[in-house]
Design a binder for this molecule. Structure first.
Ligand code: ATP
Ligand code: MG
Length: 436
């Protein structure tokens, strides 16, 4: 088989050529080859070579010894980075994840043998010819995920491969071969040895893929999430919901792929599975998501809960709903509020909740677009000006007053002009004095 190299690989040909000119072998490997054979765009370029790391470093002045202990050097070439790894073979594995050592070898076939699945164990030469000793391209044709060699041994060496298998099954729409699937189910207890960060990275890739629903179904079938180092009760119920749910719900999960943003997808999946923001927070913490991401996802779920709360209080008559929405947008910011509308739209199409008190999303969107300002910074007065004008010492009243002004301006009930705002503040102040 001979392929036309995609641009990203073409750009890396000078590196391969230089290694070859110096008497070494060098080929493209890994995901880039898999995706080229499938006909998908390539993400990152990995090169394998018979040259030892120190020989690679001697040839390329701009390099970073990123993973020297595994034989990996990162080469910078015309602004792009490429990982160049010496052919290697891994010795006995420790802790079901890390090999206890690596040995450099001179055979490409030996290097491909240590890789996880046949579709990931092909090499591509710079002339476009494919070296495929484990028949990965046949498996691509058959749409199979198959371990290289003995599946039992491969999953026992490195349990993370089981998560990777589910990810490739989901993202590529492939099936596992019988022996690979049987081995995966047999060894799923070994997931307890895998760092939660790695589980998170795989879940992210599954949810970011073209078919999150398929990923959740296969995850359920695999049972892998039931065997993690830290127990995630919510994920179990999530997956159960997804697979046992009605056709309607599976349609909803299907629509999650309409969302571009990964964290919005997370939020949508969790909302659809009726998982509370607190429970989500706990699980996302265990999965070691960054604080920013965790807070964003749980914030989106909290917005959903608030919206349902407004509904159940029967407060969906137009003015009080609008007031709730203004307060929400001021608190959460415009971006977060827009993201939430997208999440709800993916889940429910038109409205939050159902029946006569459902909240119409299009109306919220129109209102949001019409809010002239949503932050205190945009207000034409600040606390110091207010204190001066009302001739009162600063105190908690200042921020209360500013917030009240902002709510009125955002709702288009007051113009954002200094004098108007001062007058309104004076009026409220007078009212407050009268009430005391
Ligand atoms: P992607 O980049 O889309 O996540 P990938 O297959 O390229 O998928 P990488 O982590 O970039 O994954 O790894 C590059 C290659 O290294 C893989 O294609 C595979 O050949 C090999 N590899 C990666 N992880 C493992 C593993 N846990 N066990 C065996 N081989 C692996
Ligand atoms: Mg890759």
């Amino acid at each position: 088989m001979k392929l036309t190299l995609p641009t990203l690989l073409e750009a890396a040909v000078p590196i391969v050529a230089k290694l070859e000119e110096n008497g070494y072998e060098a080929v493209f490997v890994g995901g880039a080859v898999r995706d080229t054979v499938i006909g998908l765009p390539v993400k990152d370029v990995d090169i394998a070579t018979s040259a030892r790391p120190e020989q690679v470093m001697a040839l390329f002045p701009k390099c970073i010894p990123t993973g020297l202990q595994h034989g990996t050097i990162t080469i910078v070439h015309e602004g792009e980075t490429y990982e160049v790894t010496t052919y290697r073979q891994e010795s006995a594995y420790e802790d079901y994840r890390k090999p206890s050592g690596v040995a450099y070898i001179t055979s490409l076939e030996g290097d491909l043998l240590r890789r996880d699945f046949t579709i990931n164990a092909m090499a591509l030469k710079k002339d476009g010819s494919v070296y495929d000793p484990y028949s990965g391209s046949d498996d691509i044709e058959l749409r199979y995920i198959r371990c290289v060699g003995d599946a039992d041994a491969r999953f026992q060496e490195d349990a993370l491969r089981m998560m990777r298998a589910v990810r490739f099954i989901a993202v590529y729409g492939y099936q596992p071969t019988v022996s690979t699937w049987r081995a995966l189910k047999k060894h799923r207890e070994l997931m307890q040895h895998i760092a939660m960060e790695r589980v998170q990275a795989e879940l992210d890739k599954m949810l970011a893929g073209s078919d999150p629903r398929r990923a959740l179904s296969w995850l359920h079938a695999s049972g892998l999430l039931f065997k993690l180092k830290d127990k995630l009760p919510l994920l179990q119920s999530l997956i159960r919901n997804c697979t046992l749910s009605t056709r309607q719900s599976s349609k909803v999960y299907g629509r999650i792929s309409l969302l571009d943003d990964l964290d919005c997808r997370w939020a949508a999946v969790l909302i659809e599975s009726a998982i509370s923001s607190e429970a989500a927070d706990e699980s996302l913490r265990l999965l070691k998501l960054s604080n920013n991401r965790r807070m964003r996802i749980t914030g989106l779920i909290r917005l959903h809960e608030n919206a349902l709360g407004v509904r159940s209080e029967g407060a969906v008559n137009a003015p009080s709903l609008k007031r709730w929405w203004v307060e929400t947008v001021i608190r959460e910011g415009r971006q977060m509020s827009e993201d939430w509308l997208l999440v709800e739209a993916a889940l429910h199409r038109h409205e939050v909740g159902s029946g006569s008190d459902a909240i119409d999303l299009a109306m919220l969107k129109d209102q949001l677009n019409a809010f002239p300002i949503v932050t205190l910074k945009q207000l034409d007065v600040n606390g110091r000006m207010l204190a001066q004008r009302l001739m009162k010492p600063a105190g908690p009243w200042v921020s209360r007053c500013l917030h009240r002004l902002l709510v009125h301006v955002a709702s288009c009930e007051l113009a954002n002009e200094r004098e108007t705002l001062f007058e309104q503040a004076e009026l409220w102040d007078k009212e407050d004095n009268n009430n005391e």
